[in-house]
Design a protein around this ligand. Structure first.
Ligand code: IMP
Ligand code: MG
Length: 172
């Protein structure tokens, strides 16, 4: 087990999730968007965000494996679990835990756009803006973080730490 330090507290996450939910509820008033969670990291964020929304929504999940090391994406993305709801003509919001290089999300975004989603926006709890390698913009972002490898609230390092209620930075 590596040492870790709390970066974003449980209460700070709660407050921010509520703010994002209010914004999405306002922007999507009168529609029923499909929230597509990218497994597995987005599950806690998705569950909390959904319950704070005041508009009707539907949910689905997708799983993308990207080859690479434990802490860096290689850019080769493979979809290992696809969504099941038809999205043609529907507003879709992709829910991600963290956008780092942006390669994973860019791939998924293009895929869903090709299936004719009426609109497609990205909502990510953490935006690691300085590590972006491709032009993918986050429409709703919880926190911008400059550096460090983060774990907790869904985020893992070799599948560990996902259940932490706060977001921590791993110290070697
Ligand atoms: P990207 O394709 O480089 O944007 O990588 C996105 C994916 O890499 C995320 O969905 C996470 O699964 C993982 N990832 C990137 N940075 C971190 C981190 O700091 N902690 C945990 N997982 C991360
Ligand atoms: Mg991961």
């Amino acid at each position: 087990m590596s040492k870790r330090e709390v970066l974003i507290s449980e209460s700070a996450i709660k407050t921010r999730v509520k703010e994002i939910a209010e914004q999405i509820s306002e922007d999507y008033q009168g529609t029923t968007p499909i929230l597509v969670g990218i497994l597995k990291g987005s599950v806690f964020f998705m569950a909390d965000l959904m319950r704070a929304l005041t508009i009707p929504v539907q949910m689905d999940f997708m799983r993308a494996a990207s080859y690479g090391s434990a802490t860096k994406t290689s850019g080769t993305v493979r979809v290992t679990k696809d969504i099941e709801l038809p999205i043609a003509g529907r507003p879709v919001i992709l829910i991600e835990d963290i956008v780092d290089s942006g390669l994973t999300l860019n791939h998924i975004k293009q895929m869903l756009e090709n299936r004719g989603a009426a609109s497609l926006r990205i909502c990510a709890l953490i935006d690691k803006i300085e590590r972006r390698e491709c032009d993918v913009s986050v429409d709703y972002s919880g926190f911008q973080v400059k550096e460090g490898f983060l774990v907790g609230y869904g985020l893992d390092c070799n599948e560990e730490y996902r259940q932490l209620p706060e977001i921590c930075v791993l110290k070697e």
